[in-house]
Design a protein around this ligand. Structure first.
Ligand SMILES: [Zn+2]
Length: 225
């Protein structure tokens, strides 16, 4: 099963301050649970999509812009890390207001917020690089020390998150852009790891809830795409 005809344009464009050219919505997931249906404030169509996810969403706000990506290239959707929250753009003009695109971009958000948690140096966050490394090993066969810094990793993780969010099981290999391939065996290995990360995110957040922590430091500027 193909993941569809994506046109997720990769570029070096990054955004911190958001210039919203479409409708601007904010939705906040509940801090009380990692699994849907999440408490979404935003466009009803996006809320409906996220509520169907089989993969965990994280209790952080995410800004949703319905409209073209700010880099000017036609694409279905894109993502950028922000200082206070991440933003994803979904462009209906390019077919981006669909479950696949939303799940892919929410996969970028999931990875981004996981790294934010880790780079706050919170207790009990060692699982972030460890589990991402295990997922990368499943995807790539062999994951080197720089694998998790690569765009290919981020894109393939987003595709993996999307597959886990949408498909409880797969009976045959699926493919996507950025060389993404996932066999049924890989799906069965990766999806529980993503689910476990969602649980451990909540645990680590609760453990550090009373600590006076510095603001998030960003690992890097995530590429649009
Ligand atoms: Zn992407």
């Amino acid at each position: 099963m193909r993941l569809g005809n994506r046109h997720l344009i990769h570029s070096a464009f990054t955004v911190i301050a958001v210039a919203a050219t479409g409708w601007l919505f904010l939705f906040q997931t509940s801090s009380a649970r990692a699994y849907g249906p999440v408490d979404v404030i935003g466009p009803p169509e996006v809320r409906s999509i996220v509520e169907t996810f089989l993969a965990p969403t994280l209790p952080q706000p995410v800004r949703i812009v319905i409209g073209p990506c700010p880099d000017g290239f036609p694409s279905q959707g894109c993502h950028a890390s922000g200082r206070s929250m991440d933003t994803i753009w979904l462009d209906p003009a390019n077919g981006g207001l669909d479950t696949e695109t939303t799940a892919h971009e929410m996969g970028h958000v999931f990875e981004s917020y996981m790294w934010n948690l880790r780079f706050e140096r919170r207790q009990g966050t060692e699982f972030v690089p460890k589990t991402f490394g295990r997922i990368a090993s499943v995807l790539f066969g062999e994951a080197g020390p720089s694998t998790l810094e690569s765009d290919v990793w981020s894109e393939q993780f987003a595709e993996s998150y999307s597959a886990c969010a949408r498909l409880p099981v797969i009976s045959e290999a699926i493919t996507g852009f950025y060389g993404f391939q996932m066999s049924p065996e890989q799906h069965d290995l990766i999806c529980p790891m993503i689910a476990e990360m969602g649980q451990r995110y909540d645990e680590a957040s609760a453990k550090n809830a009373d600590a006076n922590r510095p603001r998030v430091r960003f690992r890097r500027n995530d590429p649009i795409g």
